[in-house]
Structures are given as C-alpha cells and as structure tokens.
Design a protein. Structure first.
Length: 294
C-alpha cells in the first residue's frame, strides 16, 4: 500500500521505518529535510511538502510534536485539503482532547477517515516495533489501517469510535509516567540526603516492590543521572502536564498532582533542562533539597 508519513523526529522515524520494513511504498516529509535521508536510503521517497505527501497516498501517518505543529501542517500546510476523500489519516501525536475532537469533525466533513493512534514507548521501542498502540476511530478506517498499526507495535488497544478516547488515555498514561518519575525523584532526594545513593536505592526498589517497566526504565536513568540523549524531551513532559490539566478542567476533574508536576517541569525548564530526558525531573527535587551543595 502507498503510505505517507509526516514528522520524522526520533519516534516518527522509528515508526516510519517499521512501515517501510512491512513492505509499504512510503513517501516521507519532515520540516528539516535531513531527517528524511536515512529512510530515503532504505527505499522511501521524500516529498517536497507535506501536502504533496498527503495527495499521493491512501493512508497518511503523522507524528508531530504538539497541537501547534499539527495545526500548522494540517491546516496552514494544506494537508487536510490534499488528502484524498477515500483516504485515512492516522495521527500518532499526543494532542489535546479539544483538538482531537475538532480533527474528528473536520475529517468527517471532508469525507476522510481519521484514526487517533498515540503510542506508549521510547524511540528504541519504535525502531524495534515494540510500541503499545492505542487506537480509536470509525470502524472502517480502523479496519483499513489495523495491519499497519500491528506492524509498528507489540500490542494494539482499540478504544472505540471517538478518536479523543485514545488521546485521553495517552494523556492520562503520560501523567502516570511523570508521577512515577516525580515519586522516584523525591524518594531519591530523601535517601541521598541520608547518605544512600540514588542508584543503590532504586536498584533495591525496582528489583522488588516496583519492578514494573516504567520504574525499571526511568529508575535506571534517575539512578545514573543519565538524561542524554533524551528518549522523551522534558519540554514535551511539560506540554503533556498542560494537556492533562486542560482535559481535567473540561470535565471538572480535580487533579492536584498534575499541577505539582506542571510546576516541577516549569522549574526544570527555567534551569535549562528542556532538551534533556524528562527523567531530569529528578534534578528539580535534588536542587530543592540543595543536595549538590552539601
């Protein structure tokens, strides 16, 4: 099948590579053209514009950073107008519930299928086809793209016909991951203040009571204070904390911890950590405890 992919950051490039490996004819586009080179060498074709990529395919996948970037490409970049009426747009980005609802409406008005398919997993999982894929959209569109979603992930979780359902699950999931990082950040600040190193402490906890993948993955990063290269940039964690609060506000759901997380991310941004991995949230707790000055 002829497929397009726009947005080739660390995650997008990995997902696009899996689609290429699955035997699809792939047309790719990225704001920075250099990001397309590796995929072109593997057999993909690069489009000059995002709209050009959209106009030539049956299914268009996108992985753009946030609401602003997605709006700029879909609306200002002409992608929505270029999509064929019998085509399907699969959006992998973590976006606001409000934008997800809007996109569902505008795609339907244009006769284009729309599937929200955000993912859980870091860039190495994307490259290996080991993502956990959420999916919501109309039944016909979901059926059409299901083999592609199965090619990029180790599990696929259908969540109904309303695309925003997948987005709110992704937002809530990222809130839980950030909460786990913050919990480890504060706990390691406590143990470090009493002379027990973060790595020693987290080795114990992530091998016993907290042996789940999230704690093991981020516990290793926090314990070693290893924040580069980022698997997920801290500035995106700040964005997602804002999405959590916006979704909560829309339905009058109190989420006090989300506010605490947003402020911690903001503290990290103010200290120049926006491009580090979001596990660098641990440095906020350490800084507040003045651990490095003791």
């Amino acid at each position: 099948m002829k497929i397009g992919f726009i947005g080739l950051g660390a995650m997008g490039k990995g997902i696009a590579g899996r689609l290429l490996d699955a035997g699809h004819a792939l047309i790719v586009w990225n704001r920075s053209p250099a990001a397309t080179e590796e995929l072109v060498e593997r057999g993909a074709r690069a489009a000059v514009t995002a709209a050009e990529a959209a106009a030539q395919v049956q299914v268009l996948h996108s992985m753009l950073a946030d609401d602003k970037a997605l709006r700029a490409v879909l609306f200002d970049g002409g992608v929505l107008d270029a999509l064929p009426r019998d085509g399907v747009h699969v959006n992998h980005a973590t976006i606001s519930v409000a934008l997800a609802q809007e996109l569902s409406t505008v795609h339907r008005e244009r006769g284009v299928g729309y599937v929200a398919a955000p993912v859980f997993g870091r860039p190495d999982a994307a490259a290996a086809g080991k993502l956990h894929v959420l999916a919501a959209g109309d039944a016909a569109s979901l059926a059409q793209v299901k083999p592609q979603l199965e090619a990029i992930g180790q599990s696929l979780w259908p969540l109904g016909e309303a695309p925003e359902r997948a987005n709110v699950v992704k937002i809530a999931g990222n809130f839980m991951i950030a909460s786990a990082i913050e919990m480890m950040a504060e706990a390691t600040a406590l143990t470090r203040a009493h002379g027990v190193g973060a790595k020693d402490f987290l080795d114990v906890l992530t091998s016993t009571l907290f042996a789940a993948p999230v704690f093991k993955t981020y516990g290793a990063l926090v314990g070693e204070r290893r924040y580069e290269p980022p698997g997920f940039a801290l500035r995106l964690g700040y964005k997602d904390a804002g999405l959590t609060l916006a979704a909560a506000d829309a339905q009058h759901v109190p989420m006090p911890l989300a506010g605490i997380l947003r402020d911690a991310f903001l503290d990290a941004l103010a200290h120049g950590d926006g491009e580090r991995d979001w596990s660098a949230l641990a440095e906020v707790a350490a800084r507040r405890a003045q651990l490095d000055s003791r």
